[in-house]
Design a protein around this ligand. Sequence first.
Ligand code: F6R
Length: 619
Amino acid sequence: MCGIVGYIGDEEATPVLVNALKKLEYRGYDSAGIAVLGSGSEGQGDGEKRSLVVRKAKGALKNLEQRIATEIIRGTMGIGHTRWATHGEPSDVNSHPHTNVSGKIAVVHNGIIENHAKLKEWLKESGVAFKSQTDTEVVAHLVDHFYQGDLFEAVRATLDKIEGAYALAFLCENEPERIIAVRKDAPLVIGAGKGEYLIASDVTPLLEYTRDVYYLNDGEIAVLYRDRVEFFDREGHPLTKETTRVEWDVSAAEKGGFEHFMLKEIHEQPKALADTLRARIKTYAAKTINLEEIGFDASWAQAHRVVISACGTAWHAGVVGKYALEHFARIPVDVDVASEFRYRDPIYDPKDIFIIISQSGETADTLAAMRMARKSGARIIAITNVVGSTLAREADLVMYTWAGPEIAVASTKAFTTQLMCVYLIALKFGHLRKVIDDAELAANIDALEALPALAEQLLGKKDDIQRFAARQFNKTKAFFMGRLFDYAVSLESALKLKEIAYTHSEAFAAGELKHGPIALVDESTLVVAICTQSALFDKMDSNIKEVKARGATVLVITWEDEKYFDATADEVFRIPRTLDALSPMLSVIPSQLYAYYCSVMRGNDPDKPRNLAKSVTVE
Ligand code: F6R
């Protein structure tokens, strides 16, 4: 949801900023821009006196790159932005950086200034002429309003006025030695290089320059110089902060020979699943699950209920979690999308266990749900992929998915590893509650350990899905249906196809179709029936016959040795066999591939689907 970057050092800032923005483009790609303190080719700056030069362009970053290739800016400090439009259409003028009237103060912003309308009126009354429709422009004018020769104090005064969520970075022509950055409810990381400091919305753009980073907390201010960075609280008191060493492999954030990040990340699932599992399986007398990281001990037996909250794909992982926890641990589970949870009037019990799931750990609604749940005194467990994310830092206990950086906007490996985490919790909990005995636990652990190799086998058959997609990608309507775990996977499958192929797709609990949605089924409909719950095969078979009778084309996804649907389905895609209750970690993969191939065949960019952003840090 917008990416911001900054650089101060001895190198030319423009290539560093553009390079960093490339790594953040997944956060928004409606427009991009940079502001550099230096000299522009059109004559701003005379080589001695440096002036603030801004370049922006609507659309993808490559448009900005084309501009700056001819309109060169020289200078060794600057800030940059890639936008996901919230206030004002994607356009050159609404692109960041935004400047004050004289063009001497520039700001980039990720988030929303909620009281911008009131501030804008107030500034207009004092004679300020606005250029854009954005909420961010008020910040540039406010800093100008408070500026009396000290950018730091002007920024602090501005923070007193603005409400909402923000990561902001400022540059001022009169202060060519420093960049100022602040955050509240939006991510911001500072990279500490040798004789250079950088700012970014996440760690990935920094890795080329440094592995030592500072995570800024809400309300903290960073002042970056070429040779040091200083931290302050909102009142201006100095703070001491420690760097964190990032151990990620840089190549993990590159495409590694795949055409798109999404395809690469789909293929990384066997390794990601193995990584998620590895640290948690211990062999003492027998194999067991170790969840010390989330404080799993006998006290969990007192829990009355588990509550899961998340958004989008992570919520689908929560739906699987509900089925898994109820099945393996026989404990009641409520699962809710975070944007609903935060505004309804939930009933809390201090004995509840809250599981909050988020790949990025920065989703605004999910963080709000977590903060609400905290007040109830319940135990909060975060499942997240991003070390140092706000969720990881604020939750009581964290279970990392260890999926590695997920760059494609549509989530794949983060989902399957989130599933692995909820299954580990469900099995451990089931054992503690004596719902499953040692032998059943061991059998399930064995099955989990076999999954990475099975996922690899499944990926080996991706050409079958590609061929099927080649025949179906122009379908305008796709329904996914299933029962129990297969219903949860249908939700995720339909979302994938919507997100990147822009196909109207819906998910249905298979038994629910005849209560209304079947009215939509005709010859133009593709129905994907996910059939891994053996006890319900005859029910699924009836549902398949019902949609076929209305003209639908039916793809069945089922076990490799299963013949049940051969007579009814138009096509069967077979996945390697695991236990029925563990199926989602495999059965979702064909849908990920199908969505990917349809997206490419329809001429879309699966990594950067329209209207979406990777990390939704606004409500
Ligand atoms: C779908 C997708 C989104 C995210 C949702 C929550 O492919 O990526 O639906 O799952 O925005 O994001 P996180 O998990 O970062 O909280």
